[in-house]
Every structure is written in structure tokens, then in C-alpha cells.
Design a protein around this ligand. Structure first.
Ligand SMILES: Nc1ncnc2c1ncn2[C@@H]1O[C@H](COP(=O)(O)OP(=O)(O)OP(=O)(O)O)[C@@H](O)[C@H]1O
Ligand SMILES: [Mg+2]
Length: 349
């Protein structure tokens, strides 16, 4: 089997692919170019369009069995390419493009989670410039409170407001510059910890507790936090899976949980591209589960023969293939007839 890796490969995924006997090609979204055809019978394409090539090289969906997306920054571009590969080219994807879009924006993530009845820290967004006192006291239980830029990641853009003066002056400044921020109730736990759970195919496959470094409240490993493997309770596992599902990423997602002093659990974040360090910390490579999941879902398109490289002006690809392809076999004809019966207008590309 062969995988198309969209985005960053990384060591653990590379190892998992090798152990699972899956070959792969890696492309960043920036390297790919999509083509939406005028045909009504489906003849969209995609190309390797790296600038150093003399001309774009056409890649074929039938040469791959599935796409594993690992989109970091530039989520919108990555999601668009992924959407084309999965929805237009018919490849199975480890993730859903809209899920990546939702996760790239903290506010949209909270909206989705709340729509599905999943507890998140109380969060405020909108026109509150003149009402900082009301928001902090009445909606967020006072100080400290947490501020976040909608589009930040790895702890960057997450800040704490501790004193009334710091809160007023910081918010005044941010509003002046029209910053897109959300304000959130500070969830006080026993220390400054959070939990990262990895969900693959609707199951929690590994989890770690992260502790903030001294002097910080953010537990991100990229901010110097430390992690240790933990086992989640059945309820917390179910919560993490529901959160992944709510944002459309039950195939693969990193879910961040916060616990308050009473043990109440909040979903604080869903990540479409969770970092690899959890593999080292837990000693478990969750990409093995991901690759197996994709192997079970992705399957070779039945039609192995190359179709003519037609510009397809009104003549369907299949008609061309049947009439002019010397390799058109009985098996191809059988598949073609079956698809006709099912009235499938879009054929393997
Ligand atoms: N409401 C909160 N109360 C207490 N601590 C919080 C709260 N929100 C965030 N934190 C702490 O700050 C860290 C970073 O916050 P968050 O996960 O929202 O953003 P991020 O890590 O920058 O985003 P991403 O996970 O997409 O990279 C959390 O892991 C947690 O330790
Ligand atoms: Mg986070």
C-alpha cells in the first residue's frame, strides 16, 4: 500500500509506515497544485508543482491508497488541498478538511464543542470593549482570567490577566489594535497541569499529563512543560472521543483537557496536528494505530490501467478508456458496468 503524506512526516510516522509495510510520498500543501475540470463526469487532477520542476508533474490518486494529513501552520491552504484529495479525487483521508479548519480557530472549536454539549471553560468573544468589568466579574468569575488569540498555537497567544490594572491595560491595548481574542475563565487545578489525549479511529490510544514549567501556567511542551504517561478514566476517555467527534476529527486528533480542583473536566482544545513528543513520553507510537486504521479504510481503486490523458471535452473518461485503451480488460468492463448500474458518475482518477 502507498500513503500520501500531506504536510510534515516526522520520525514516529515514518517508523509506523515502515513497520506497517506502507510506502509513501510526502508533499507539503505548498508543493501541490489542484485542477478542477470542466467535466461533469469527474476529471479533476492534482500536480506536484514545486517551483524547481520544469513543469508540474501530474500525480494520480489511484497510485495512493490513503492520505495522512499533518497540517501545521497554514491550515486553510492545507485543508483546501486535503478537501480536493479526499472529496474530489476520492482518496480516503485520516482527517476531514473541515475538522482542520475548525481546530485552527479556537473560537470555532469552542462553538462546535458547545453545540455538541461538551464542557469547555466559560469563554467570551465579541464586542466587550466597554464592558471589561462585567465580562471579567460576572461571566468569568473574576481574576485571574485567560486571554487567547483565536489563531495562536503551542501556547503562543495565550496569556493570563492577574491584577485589575494588568487586565484593564492589556485588554485596552489589544482592543485598540483590533486583536481577535477570546477571554476565558481560569480553570484552577491542583497545579498548572493539563492532559493531552490522542484519539485514533474513535478511541483514546494514549494520554499524558503535562505540567507547566516554574513561573508559567501554560503546560505546552513547546513552552518548557514536562509530560508523563497517564491512564485516563473511562469518563475522560469518552469525553476526549466526543470532542474529537464534535470537531469532525474522530479519525485522528489530539484533545486537551483541564481538570478543576473538584475533578470536573473541561475540553480546552482540539488539535488536528498534535506534536510527536507524546510518543517519546508515553513510549507508544500512536501512528501505528493511525496507519492501521487508514490501511483498513483506504483501498486500491479497482482500475489499475492508466486512462488516456484526455482533455475530456464532453467525452467521458470511461468511454475513452473503453474505446481506445488496449489494456481494457474484462475486469475493467465488469467494474464499469457495475458502476453504471449504481449510477456512479465519478470514476477512479
Ligand atoms: N482556561 C484556562 N485555564 C487554565 N489554564 C489554561 C486555560 N486555557 C489554557 N490554559 C493553559 O494554557 C495552555 C495553552 O492553551 P491552549 O491549549 O488553549 O492553546 P495552545 O496550546 O496555544 O493551542 P494549540 O493546542 O492549538 O497549540 C494549556 O495547555 C493550559 O495549560
Ligand atoms: Mg493546546
Amino acid at each position: 500500500m502507498k500513503a500520501l503524506i500531506l504536510g510534515t512526516l516526522g520520525k514516529p510516522l515514518e517508523e509506523a509506515l515502515k513497520l506497517s509495510g506502507v510506502s509513501y510520498e510526502v508533499y507539503t500543501p505548498e508543493q501541490l497544485m489542484i485542477y478542477v475540470s470542466e467535466s461533469t463526469s469527474g476529471y479533476d487532477r492534482f500536480f506536484d508543482a514545486r517551483p524547481e520542476l520544469t513543469e508540474p508533474v501530474r500525480l494520480k490518486a489511484k497510485d495512493f491508497d490513503f492520505v495522512i494529513s499533518r497540517i501545521g501552520s497554514g491550515a486553510e491552504k492545507g485543508a483546501t488541498i486535503l478537501e480536493h484529495l479526499t472529496e474530489n479525487m476520492g482518496l480516503f483521508g485520516s482527517q476531514n478538511a473541515d475538522g482542520i479548519r475548525i481546530c485552527s480557530n479556537k473560537l470555532r472549536t469552542h462553538l462546535k464543542l458547545s453545540q455538541k454539549g461538551i464542557r469547555t471553560p466559560p469563554t467570551v468573544w465579541g464586542n466587550r470593549i466597554a464592558h471589561t468589568g462585567f465580562v471579567l466579574k460576572k461571566l468569568l468569575d473574576g481574576l485571574p482570567a485567560v486571554g487567547k488569540t483565536s489563531l495562536g498555537s503551542q501556547g503562543e497567544g495565550v496569556f493570563i490577566l492577574e491584577s485589575p490594572l494588568a487586565a484593564n491595560t492589556t485588554l485596552q491595548t489589544l482592543y485598540k489594535f483590533d486583536a481577535d481574542i477570546l477571554l476565558q475563565k481560569f480553570i484552577k487545578g491542583v497545579g498548572f497541569q493539563d492532559i493531552r489525549a490522542i484519539v485514533v479511529n474513535g478511541k483514546v490510544v494514549s494520554a499524558m499529563e503535562r505540567s507547566a514549567p516554574t513561573g508559567d501556567f501554560r503546560a505546552n511542551l513547546s513552552q518548557g512543560g514536562s509530560g508523563r504517561k497517564i491512564d485516563l478514566s473511562t469518563d475522560d476517555k469518552a469525553l476526549a472521543v466526543s470532542a474529537a467527534d464534535a470537531v469532525g476529527l474522530s479519525g485522528f486528533c489530539g484533545v486537551d483537557l483541564l481538570k478543576d480542583k473538584d475533578g470536573k473536566t473541561y475540553v480546552v482544545e482540539t488539535n488536528s496536528n498534535p506534536g510527536d513528543l507524546i510518543c517519546t513520553i508515553t513510549g507508544y507510537n500512536h501512528f501505528l494505530a493511525l496507519v492501521e486504521f487508514c490501511k483498513s479504510k483506504g483501498k486500491k481503486l479497482e482500475q489499475k490501467q492508466e486512462l488516456p490523458n484526455s482533455q475530456d471535452k464532453g467525452v467521458s473518461v470511461n468511454t475513452l478508456a473503453r474505446n481506445s485503451n488496449p489494456f481494457w480488460s474484462e475486469a475493467d468492463e465488469f467494474i464499469y458496468q457495475e458502476k453504471q448500474k449504481l449510477n456512479l458518475s465519478r470514476m477512479p482518477r
